[in-house]
Design a protein around this ligand. Structure first.
Ligand code: UTP
Length: 288
């Protein structure tokens, strides 16, 4: 039903400077896997085959990562390292990869609009790979199930956030219609805490209808002079059933240094190889 996922990856990643001066934020590793690979694996595990990545200047490493690395594979084959060889090969087999450039980062809405011709006339998913979500069932899979069950036009991942954090997010106003499911009646981008209609924030996973593209073409730049995806979704509210879904799982905002470190520690502690010695190190250093 949902066959395509869009990965906006053209932002400057200023909160991670200087690391992101010449390297894409989306390639920062969670233990040993780049953030964007976690996103692609989630899409794949949710039944998606077509991965559409929005890139820009300095983002070539992303294309190389999902491409076949002939030299590396030949070297690993020669050494007889089958495990690493199949690990490296499996990355380029994760789906069909398509790239489109956003020559200036004019906002998330603008990045999504760049994929209009590749997506065509079908519903699609958007994954922001700096929102890392650790869950039993992939979050996108959970959302596709809600999309089907409620015959929705769009589904947005939402999460309760502390009141003082609402100015960082798009915030929904909604009516609860099922377990974790809200019918959205309005939404506002980065409100002041006292003006926010709720504490339910939109997180980086979306299922959107193709009508989002004309809506994006029609809106004007919003908060921060950027074309805001939230503004275009808001314009859809009168014609589409837009749902918010409180997903099951733990989310890390890996677009910030603190969230990125927390995600790394949590994923590393679960790693069978490095988890036990890391736990021992933290214990010895009286960190935990
Ligand atoms: P962010 O809001 O995290 O922006 O974008 P950013 O530029 O990556 O990081 P900061 O705020 O400067 O630190 C969320 C996602 O949307 C993409 C980013 O690459 C990131 O994956 N994005 C953002 C675009 O593709 N184009 C844009 O114009 C803006």
């Amino acid at each position: 039903m949902i066959r395509k996922a869009v990965f906006p990856a053209a932002g400057f990643g200023t909160r991670f400077l200087p690391a992101t001066k010449a390297s894409p934020k989306e390639m920062l590793p969670l233990v040993d896997k780049p953030l964007i690979q976690h996103g692609v694996e989630e899409a794949r595990a949710s039944g998606i085959r077509d991965m559409i990545i929005v890139t820009g200047r300095g983002k070539n490493a992303i294309e190389d990562h999902f491409d076949v690395s002939f030299e590396l594979e030949a070297m690993l084959a020669k050494k007889g390292d089958r495990k690493l060889h199949s690990l490296v090969r499996s990355i380029s087999d994760m789906g069909d990869f398509f790239y489109v450039r956003q020559n200036l980062p004019l906002g998330l809405g603008h990045a999504v609009l760049r994929t209009m011709d590749m997506v065509g006339e079908e519903p699609f998913a958007v994954i922001l790979s700096d929102d890392v979500i650790d869950s039993k069932v992939p979050v996108l899979r959970q959302m596709i199930d809600v999309y089907a069950k409620y015959s929705a036009g769009a589904v947005l991942a939402i999460q309760k956030v502390p009141r003082e954090h609402v100015p960082r997010y798009g915030i929904i106003e909604g009516r609860k219609i099922g377990k974790g499911v809200y019918e959205i009646v309005d939404m506002v981008e980065k409100p002041k805490p006292e003006k926010a209609p709720s504490d339910l924030a939109i997180i980086g996973r979306y299922i959107l209808p193709p009508s989002i593209f004309p809506a994006l073409q029609a809106i004007k730049p919003g908060a921060g002079g950027e074309l805001q995806l939230t503004d275009a979704i808001r314009a859809l509210l009168s014609e589409e059933r837009v749902l918010g879904y409180e997903f099951e799982g733990v989310r890390y905002d890996a677009g910030t240094k603190l969230g990125f470190l927390m995600a790394n520690i949590s994923f590393a502690l679960k790693d069978p190889e490095i988890g036990p010695p890391l736990r021992e190190f933290l214990r010895k250093e009286r960190i935990s």
